[in-house]
Design a binder for this molecule. Structure first.
Ligand code: NAG
Ligand code: NAG
Length: 255
């Protein structure tokens, strides 16, 4: 019975995939799997997630409608937390091996690395709806985001080891105060620097250009970036990216 339901669902999904041809590699919609070689959303969407995490699917704008349920199940179920835990534990194991100095810092991104926007995306189609910067900014300005639990564990362990944390966020400087009170509210109490995006300097610049430029400034000030963690590839590539980088899962959007 279960298999039958899956097959019906997969048949419907095929239509949806076809509608998203420009955002979604063709081969996935052409793959058949399972009993009698039918289409499976579960299989295709898992592959999509894999490609996204490896950064081999890039510059996509929205999640295909057929994968909405998959993305919701992933984020609301155990897998998201487990994947995040694997990455955060690895970051901690690495940090423990360091003979660090007072100038060593670990860079943390904020959105969907430190603070979760899951409440927002749950109300906006889990990445299927086109991004609405106005609505997103309103949500951020509430300052009500939860901490991502595995990141909070990592953060506390790093602070316990004596490693300094630097936050670098795409959030604009006018949302700095609300972001800081949100961070404190959910358990992030200390940091060496909090760097938000100054539109006067970075207007029209890509996320990666902003982050790279700010990291270079840190290094010029004498800091050593021993580690860097983010949910977007733009957080963790480019000059002075850090001695080791850690990629948290995010199937919702591509920056
Ligand atoms: C595919 O992913 C690998 C691993 O993340 C990366 O090194 C490579 O540059 C990616 N290729 C393309 C074309 O994006
Ligand atoms: C974006 O969000 C704002 C604020 O909620 C809303 O007024 C506007 O209609 C939305 N734009 C689109 C294109 O949905």
């Amino acid at each position: 019975m279960k298999m039958k339901a899956l097959v019906i669902c997969a048949g419907l999904s095929l239509v949806a995939f076809a509608c998203h041809g420009s955002e979604y590699p063709r081969f996935l919609s052409q793959m058949k799997t399972g009993l009698n070689g039918h289409y499976s959303t579960q299989v295709s969407c898992t592959s999509l997630g894999f490609g996204v995490e490896a950064n081999n699917l890039s510059k996509w704008k929205t999640v295909p409608a057929a994968c909405q349920e998959y993305v919701a199940d992933y984020l609301l179920g155990d897998q998201y937390r487990s994947d995040s835990k694997t990455v955060c534990r690895e970051a901690y194991f690495y940090a423990k091996t360091l003979k660090f100095t007072a100038r060593d810092v670990f860079v943390f991104d904020i959105d969907d690395t430190t603070l979760s926007n899951l409440q927002y995306f749950a109300n906006h189609g889990f990445g299927v709806e086109a991004h609405n910067a106005t609505a997103f900014k309103i949500w951020v300005s509430f300052g009500e985001a939860f901490a991502l639990p595995e990141t909070l564990v990592l953060y506390n362990k790093l602070v316990g080891l004596g490693i300094k944390v630097v936050f670098i966020t795409e959030r604009p400087v006018d949302l700095k105060d609300v972001t800081i009170s949100n961070l404190k509210e959910v358990g992030f109490h200390t940091w060496e620097k909090f760097i938000a995006r100054d539109p006067a300097i970075y207007s029209g610049k890509l996320s990666n250009a902003f982050k790279t430029s700010e990291r270079k400034k840190l290094v010029a000030e004498g800091y050593r970036i021993v580690g860097n963690i983010g949910d977007q590839w733009s957080d963790i590539v480019g000059e002075k990216k850090g001695f080791r980088t850690f990629k948290l899962p995010n199937p919702l959007y591509y920056d």
